[in-house]
Design a protein around this ligand. Structure first.
Ligand code: FMN
Length: 379
């Protein structure tokens, strides 16, 4: 059950921050996960499946589970598979996972500008903080697609203006989490009279995460986030990623340290691992053979059509196999790449797989022990 651990020396976040290399799982709560392929697999978007996965990851010692949020219309991204048409809401999923886990951070994405008041999200966060014993984190996103804003009946604010709005939103939310008196505020975008939140989060505030790529996104992360999901400036190819991520991460960390803050940077690779490189490449080919052309085209167009600064160097194969970066190879090769990521300043990974349950099991049996030998994880 819940690890409330009163008086424990470290908060759940601090425990994770002290890891040699943070290990997270990217939950497939959207149908098809990250891979628009009709190749056969067992991966499911349902809560039951994702709950089992999260528990499996926790038993393997993973540090966090993360769920993304996207708003798509009927048919999802189309194709034969209606890619991502079915999906769950991450905030609600995380609430469900609270009492099924006891150690991992549980991070849910919230589009804070889609009609919420900061008081709502502060209350949800305070509640989830209690439910998880201080293990809940919010991935703050501002949305980058006109179609999503359209669903909420809103025009999409200009890119940097969204971050100005986010800044005000988060300032109010953080104040509400720590304020011990009623709080009245008259901001540019939100106001409130005698607002108050209980329970107070047990470690000052919940874990704050963001995943921007632009200068405004990095500035926001430097001032507010504990963890940042970074995208590879060099595209999905792991060699290019390793070659380009170092300066990007160094810049992000420098911005954070100017604010007196320690910000951990995490990438999200798709790990395709088998006993030999040949077998792993065959497994990748199996996914690509099942590629749902229309779904890949639409998925790619939808992200590239938005005004996100991330993912710009991704080629078509990168989109078809999925993940921000792809690591394909034997367990030894995978650990070698993870070691290289650590060497260039990356603090950890949150992994997505193709067939999550068996692939995670394989990762636990074959890759984790090598990560321990390499000093990336302790047993
Ligand atoms: C690992 C990861 C997860 C993300 N999850 C979401 C999400 O769930 N929903 C969303 O709208 N954007 C998500 N994003 C997009 C970012 O929040 C951000 O909008 C994007 O990277 C563009 O950065 P920018 O806003 O600084 O231009 C994610 C990005 C990354 C790298």
């Amino acid at each position: 059950m819940i690890d409330a651990a009163p008086g424990a020396a470290l908060s759940p976040l601090q425990r994770v921050q002290q890891r040699d290399f943070i290990l997270g799982l990217f939950l497939p709560i959207q149908d098809g996960g990250w891979t628009p392929s009709t190749a056969e697999r067992e991966t499911q978007w349902s809560f039951g499946y994702n709950a089992r996965l999260t528990q499996q990851a926790e038993a393997l010692g993973f540090d966090l589970a993360f769920a993304l949020a996207q708003w798509v219309g009927k048919g999802g991204y189309g194709g034969d598979m209606h890619y991502r048409e079915q999906s769950l809401d991450p905030l609600t999923v995380t609430a469900g996972l609270a009492s099924l886990t006891n150690r991992m951070l549980l991070i849910s994405t919230v589009h804070i500008l889609y009609g919420w008041h900061p008081l709502h999200v502060a209350k949800f966060g305070a509640t989830l903080d209690d439910m998880t014993g201080g293990r809940w984190g919010i991935n703050i996103v501002t949305g980058y697609k006109k179609s999503e804003y359209g669903m909420f009946g809103m025009p999409m604010p200009e890119h940097d203006h969204r971050y100005e709005m986010a800044e005000d939103f988060v300032a109010v939310m953080e104040r509400l989490w720590r304020e011990t008196e009623n709080y009245s505020f008259e901001g540019r975008f939100w106001s409130g009279k005698d607002a108050y939140i209980t329970p107070k989060p047990r470690h000052g505030r919940p874990v704050v995460v963001s995943a921007g790529t632009s200068a405004a996104g990095i500035d926001f992360a430097a001032r507010h986030s504990d963890l940042m999901f970074v995208t590879s400036p060099g595209g999905a190819d792991i060699e290019q990623a390793v070659a380009t991520l170092g300066p990007h991460i160094a810049h992000i960390k420098q911005q954070a340290s100017r604010q007196g803050r320690d910000l951990k940077c995490i990438v999200n690779p798709h790990i395709i691992c088998r006993d030999t490189e040949r077998d792993a490449r065959q497994y990748l080919q199996y996914m690509l053979d099942g590629e749902d052309d229309e779904a890949v085209d639409n998925f790619m167009a939808s992200i590239m059509g938005g005004d996100t600064r991330g993912w710009r160097e991704h080629g078509r194969a990168g989109w078809a196999a999925g993940g921000n970066v792809q690591i394909v190879g034997s367990p030894e090769q995978v650990v070698d790449w993870l070691t290289k990521l650590k060497a260039i300043g990356c603090d950890g990974v949150q992994i997505n797989f193709f067939d999550f349950e068996p692939d995670l099991k394989y990762f636990g049996e074959r890759v984790l022990p090598l990560m321990q030998q390499a000093g990336l994880r302790t047993a």
